[in-house]
Every structure is written in structure tokens, then in C-alpha cells.
Design a protein around this ligand. Structure first.
Ligand SMILES: [Zn+2]
Length: 237
């Protein structure tokens, strides 16, 4: 950091991860306005599917924060986002989770080994840990990524799709008698990853399986409507 930036930081405060403006009141990542915005977004109903839950819709602010979790080494963002979610505290997610058979087994979607080496942590595991603190339960590494000997680029489109569909294996030896499996990932988009995880558990798996992600990536039009309604201009990186 150049000395002039240090002086600026000292005088004006560090930059908010949301709006990028310097603020002396970061908490420690967002300014008070962005915290309010995050709270508001956490109250928007998102519905990825009957067995799936997401804590936030994909919006410029939430996208930036998950980006920080995945690519800027800010692993504490997982707990931060779980804590700030109104649906975890008192909303739909809280109500539904209260009804699930206990104990809850939070199973993070495993990361590619190369990604893990580069990042130093699996963001899904950080989210799973935060959820297990919020709801009770434990983090279970029951899924592993299969390693493919042949490079994906040499495969046909069909072969690649088949590889994705069976990308995971379940390494759980003794299935517990009761409880609920909650698959955890950062973003729910097409559900392809989730389907591949479900396939790994197999059709005869006896416990109910739910899915929980930080973000739900809705069709692009919904986000565009939202931006237009709110007349906010965001810079998306
Ligand atoms: Zn801000």
C-alpha cells in the first residue's frame, strides 16, 4: 500500500466492500448503508425449489460479498452472511429447519483439489460451519470429488456432461438412523451440482436431503427489474 493510501485510510476510513466508499464505521466490511441494504435483501423471498433454501437473492451487493468469500480470501464472510440473514434468524429458513428431523448433518459440496490449494479453504465448508452454529448440527465431509484421469477437454460434450453428473462420491460408511442431510454450497444456479451430489447419495439413501446455499441466482431478468425499480447503479466486477 502506498503511503498516500495509508494516510487516506487513516483519515477517511477503509473502503466498504459493498459500495467501495471509504467509511470510518465498517463492521468490519460494510458501511452502515450497505448493512441496511443487506438486511433488506435478506428479507426477499427466494425459492430455489421445494427441497432447497437460499439465504439471499443474487444482487450486486450479495454477489460482491460471495465473490470476496471465494476469491479475496475473506473466509469470515461465510459467518457474516449467515448471521445477517433474516431468514436464518426468524424467516422461512428458520421455520423449516426447526421442523426437520434432527440431528442436522451439514454436508459441504467439495471443492476441486486445485481450487482448494489456491484458496486455502473450501467456502462451502465455511458456510456449513456457520449454518451448524446457527441451527445446531455438525459439518460432515461425506462427499468427495472423483478424480478423472482423462482431461475434460479431450472428452465429447456428452462425456463431459456425464462426468459432471457423476462428479461426486459418497464416502459415508454407516448411515445414521435419524436426522437430515443438508447439502451446502455458495450459489444455487441450475441445480446441476446439487443433482450430482444427490446422485452420489443414491436413490435408496434413507435420510431426507435438503439443500442450502447463500445465494440463489435467479433468471437475469429478475435482477434487471430489481435494479430498474430501485434506480441504483452498481458497478459489477
Ligand atoms: Zn457501503
Amino acid at each position: 500500500m502506498r503511503w498516500i493510501e495509508r494516510v487516506e485510510r487513516f483519515v477517511f476510513g477503509a473502503e466498504c466492500l459493498g459500495c467501495g466508499n471509504p467509511s470510518g464505521k465498517l463492521d468490519p466490511w460494510l458501511c452502515p448503508e450497505c448493512v441496511k441494504e443487506l438486511e433488506r435483501e435478506s428479507r426477499i423471498d427466494v425459492n430455489p425449489g421445494p427441497e432447497a433454501y437460499s439465504l439471499y437473492p443474487m444482487r450486486p451487493l450479495t454477489r460482491k460479498l460471495v465473490h470476496a468469500l471465494k476469491y479475496r480470501g475473506i473466509s469470515g464472510m461465510a459467518t457474516y452472511l449467515v448471521k445477517h440473514s433474516a431468514s436464518v434468524r426468524c424467516g422461512a429458513v428458520a421455520e423449516d429447519f426447526a421442523m426437520l428431523p434432527k440431528p442436522l448433518f451439514f454436508v459441504p459440496v467439495p471443492l476441486h483439489r486445485a481450487r482448494f490449494r489456491e484458496r486455502g479453504y473450501n467456502q462451502a465448508e465455511k458456510i456449513a460451519a456457520a449454518l451448524s452454529l446457527a441451527f445446531g448440527g455438525k459439518v460432515c465431509r461425506w462427499l468427495k470429488r472423483k478424480t478423472f484421469v482423462v482431461s475434460q477437454t479431450k472428452l465429447s460434450k456428452e462425456q463431459r456432461e456425464r462426468n459432471v453428473a457423476y462428479a461426486f462420491e459418497c464416502v459415508l460408511k454407516n448411515v445414521p438412523a435419524t436426522g437430515t442431510v443438508v447439502l451446502v454450497d455458495d450459489v444455487f444456479t441450475t441445480g446441476a451440482t446439487t443433482s450430482a451430489c444427490l446422485a452420489a447419495f443414491g436413490r435408496d439413501f434413507p435420510l431426507p436431503i435438503k439443500v442450502c446455499t447463500l445465494l440463489y441466482d435467479e433468471p437475469a431478468s429478475a435482477a434487471a427489474d430489481y435494479a430498474a425499480d430501485n434506480r441504483v447503479e452498481w458497478e459489477v466486477k
